[in-house]
Design a binder for this molecule. Structure first.
Ligand code: ATP
Ligand code: MG
Length: 367
């Protein structure tokens, strides 16, 4: 029969032994952490049974229970342990089967996340599916870019080769055509080198290797420089290029890189605006952000194209066949990469007779 004072004693001994067993269990799980989840579950059950057994042994030692009662209690603990082990086994089998199902789905491309998995495995499966879809989209864009770029390189190269051969073989001799061919070859070479530069820049942006050397600059200066640089192009096309800049719009930026992004927008605007129509460049502070915008008279971009214009190699349906002044579809992707590297955003909306491209940047603190 238990005596007063036995209970605290038995509890203390059980707790002490239980703690030792728990520590041993944690240590064992650490050693086995790369093994199957089933092994970990077995350890949990064994620890629970061992801790219970420790309590029972403590009771027996104090001779609180003896004889047949002792056997009964030990049997109950043993059966409880076996039941626990059985359930752990079933559970472990399920987890192992479900993870095998997930592995099989990953191997069997295209990857579609299986459903009905335990919560954590389902999260892994869904995340994998998203990553796979993203990778597929990128891969598709890359393949498209290579196809278009090689096409764009091959077409002018074929033209240049024909002209060079004609000059070499003396097929064209009249001075006017010879001069025209030379001019044309030089123009194509310039266009191709610009394209190769763009591709190089884009691959640096994608590799995360764009190094910005930021300093405090004013957007009004950047706008003035860009305007001066694009002036000859606008004049040649007969487009009225003007600028409006608020006095001080300070930002922390790499003037060269940001200038390149803005120039890409301006060149596009001039290219898509008919002669005698305006293109306006603006720098202003809006809602606490520094805002650069280029508004043109392109007649609007089709709604379904608006979200796609920043994609690499996107050139709109009408521009699939390269024309003399057609680009490679890299300018806006580069501009976006540069703006995002500055923690900014770039976007486009249709506005009145054309569209408006906008760059928003965090405002630099005014001195
Ligand atoms: N201002 C604009 N007005 C109308 N459409 C535009 C304008 N800017 C861009 N687009 C559309 O978005 C496409 C992608 O522009 P992006 O600057 O990336 O390439 P690109 O101008 O065709 O070639 P690149 O800039 O490499 O010389 C263009 O081909 C055009 O269809
Ligand atoms: Mg462009």
């Amino acid at each position: 029969m238990p005596r007063p004072g036995d209970l605290p004693m038995v509890m203390a001994v059980t707790a002490g032994l239980g703690l030792l067993i728990a520590l041993a269990g944690v240590w064992l799980m650490g050693r086995l952490r790369t093994r199957s989840i089933g092994v970990a579950m077995a350890v949990v059950v064994v620890v629970a049974v061992a801790a219970t057994l420790a309590g029972v042994v403590a009771i027996i030692n104090k001779m609180i229970i003896e004889g047949p009662t002792k056997d009964f209690v030990l049997s109950v603990v043993a059966v409880g342990g076996l039941v626990g082990l059985g359930v752990a086994f079933v559970l472990a089998r399920r987890v192992v089967q479900e993870s095998r199902r997930l592995v099989a789905a990953v191997r069997d491309l295209p990857f579609v996340a299986p459903t009905g998995l335990p919560a954590e495995l389902q999260t892994i499966a869904n995340t994998l599916e998203e990553a796979y879809a993203r990778e597929q989209a990128l891969e598709g864009a890359r393949r498209e870019l290579v196809a278009w770029v090689s096409h764009d390189l091959r077409t002018p190269l074929a033209g240049m080769r024909a002209m060079a051969e004609a000059l070499e073989d003396g097929v064209v001799t009249d001075p006017e055509t010879v001069t025209r061919y030379h001019g044309q070859i030089k123009l194509e070479v310039e266009r191709l080198s610009a394209m190769v530069d763009d591709l190089f820049e884009l691959s640096r942006i994608h590799a995360g290797a764009l190094r910005l050397s930021r300093s405090r600059i004013g957007l009004a200066d950047l706008v003035a420089d860009t305007l001066a640089g694009a002036e000859p192009l606008a004049r040649a096309k007969g487009v009225m290029l003007t600028a409006e800049a608020a006095a001080a719009v300070p930002v922390e930026a790499d003037a060269g890189a940001l200038g390149r992004a803005l120039r890409n927008l301006v060149v596009n605007a001039i290219r898509h605006t008919p002669s005698d129509r305006p293109v306006v460049l603006r720098a202003a502070v809006e809602q606490g952000m520094a805002c650069l915008s280029v508004t043109d008279c392109c007649g609007g971009i089709p709604e379904e194209d608006l979200p796609r214009v920043f994609e690499v190699a996107f050139r709109g349906e009408a521009a699939r066949t390269p024309s003399a002044d057609g680009g490679a579809g890299l300018g806006l992707a580069i501009a976006q990469g540069i703006v995002e590297a500055h923690d900014g955003e770039i976007g486009v909306v249709n506005d009145g007779p054309g569209c408006r491209f906008e760059i928003r940047l965090p405002l630099g603190e005014s001195k």
